[in-house]
Design a protein around this ligand. Sequence first.
Ligand SMILES: [Fe+2]
Length: 214
Amino acid sequence: MASRSSQAPGDMLGGMEPKLVTVPEALQEKVYSTERVGISKATHDAHLGLWKGYANKTNEIRGLLAKGAGEGANQIFSTMRALKVNYAFAYGGYINHSVYFNTIGGSGGPATGAVADLIKASYGSFEAWLEDWKATGMAGRGWAFLAYDHEEKRVHNYIGDSQDTWPTWNNTLLLAMDVYEHAYYLDFQSARAKYIDAYVQVIDWDAVNARVPK
Ligand SMILES: [Fe+2]
């Protein structure tokens, strides 16, 4: 606030109210159809609580930034640093889970539509992509991401080690597979490979195609 001496505490920066994300209250019914492959309702309901947490923290940080948090900004420790670093974690977690829950609860099987063509162009075949996708999921500490790279106009399977790690700019996230243990431990204990085998049987390719840039 010191840099804006005329600003009263609590004033919004530039008079702007923070834009807030929608806090998810429930999962789409289709998500619960994953019980057929062993990913349980209990897992999803607990997971929804985590997704809500990312949404609430995103909004909390946006609110604090809107009030002005730049005083004493410092790379070692400062309010600004804490808010900005954790903003990427909070909003990243919100988006990652939005895509995760939006793209499961389908019938799985080989990809369809535009994403099938993109996968074939980049990986040669769906089977080759699937092998890479499963290995990416085993190698990641938090996520496997299928994303469309606008620079090269092709798709790639990325590892996301955390909510806020993203390898390159200018990608559109198409599919996000949560491989944190909270996504599967209740159902598969530490057998992540079994969870991934189950997950790929419930991908909603129509929902993935709806995310492909036109
Ligand atoms: Fe998660």
